[in-house]
Write a protein of this length. Sequence first.
Length: 472
Amino acid sequence: MNQYEELAEIVGSEHVITGDDAVSYVTDWRGRYQGRALAVVRPGSTEQVARVVRWCAANAVPVVPQGGNTGLCGGATPDDSGSAVVVSLTRMNAIRSIDTDNDTLVAEAGCILQAVQQAARDAGRLFPLSLAAEGSCTLGGNLATNAGGTQVLRYGNARDLVLGLEVVTADGEIWHGLRGLRKDNTGYDLRNLFMGSEGTLGIITAASVKLYPMPVAQCTALLALNSIEDAVTMLSLARSGFGASLTGFELIAGSCLDGVVACYPQQRIPFEGPSATMPWYALLELSDSESADHARERFEAVIGQALEAGFVHDAVIAENITQSKALWHLRESIPLAEKAFGKSIKHDVSIPVSRMAEFVQVTNAALQQAFPGIEHVIFGHLGDGNLHYNVAPGKAFSEETLLEKQPQVYQLVHDSVHRFNGSISAEHGVGQLKRDYLPLYKDPVELALMHKIKQALDPKGIMNPGKVLVVN
Ligand code: FAD
Ligand code: ZN
């Protein structure tokens, strides 16, 4: 038997994809990385995943786990040697169980995030992980990247939402760790090791996730602001006024909204006059467990206070679900509009909230000095201290010149992030995009410990090689 026949024997020949049919699996979402694969395989069960990994281990074949392929750091794309097997989890999309007394749901890794949210909703519960790619990213990919999104402020990152995992190790063994326990102090935290490891330690095949009560009512508003300082003041006010009911606080540069409207003319900025051309906007969301009236009263009181104090210039409060969705849609369309406009350089950074305004001011100025005319595309999850601090060519550069300057732009922005005690990857991960930058900014002891863990869990180095760490 040749190698394709051996793989076909494990997953079925219709689930071994090669040649032109594999192109979408070996190209990343942004079109930045184009790899090649020996084959793409689509196992239908944990046992099949384990057999594929055992086959790869026996044949020294690299394994590239893949979910919805929406990652932004090239983590799910194989290199161009054509030697790796891409293991796509998308067939493993069953919701295995829901336990409403324990408030847990067990889903397979290939479940589309939206399907997990819907299954929770059908059971009268909330699964709060939410991001713009939720219609195509998978739960496994979310956990492997420790995804963030728009509800982190209240519910935490993906790691905070998981109680147990089922994992296929680099030797092809199955770790049955689908415990639904909120307390379990029986040793090292392996669950959190696999999460955020971007497929470099093993393949997540299923997870037991936490469910929450559905909010009874939600209020959404778009606030027009003069500065990031004002946004931070508003965030503080919203935190103290709403407590745990504050579920979203997104910062959006005015230019991002202009970009969305230019790209999608059916969308509109819901302000008139000067409020429609402010430098900054914030999207605010409150989730209430009492009633719509209670929510509205609290919401209006805090926003009214901010308008009176003058640090919010203007506000539009959604009157109904349709308007609320339209506001969120504006925010979620930013990365899509950005993609439609062409290539950009993305930085997914976190900075202590208290220093965010200064960071943006200092870094913008340094970028303009080094690359006059470069365009800033800034939006993100201010409530989590996480900005997507992206730059586009604007009129000053062609896409090609901008990309040629990428190493210098990265260096400038990442150095600035480092000076502000921030992180160069807040939520998207490292993949291949930021791998070479880790040694520049990570504590050397921390990096050495990461290498030891990689060596211990994947001694043959077959799991997603070339991602996160450079292993010699
Ligand atoms: P993939 O892209 O397929 O894989 C991502 C990484 O995880 C790769 O390294 C891959 O090898 C590994 N992997 C995938 N599945 C498994 C598995 N089962 N076991 C082990 N490793 C695995 N991210 C955020 O955090 N917050 C956001 O707000 C956000 N917004 C986005 C908006 C858009 C429009 C897009 C395109 C992306 C956005 N992302 C965001 C990035 C991306 O959606 C997330 O990283 C997502 O979690 C990736 O899921 P995926 O299934 O597409 O994973
Ligand atoms: Zn984000």
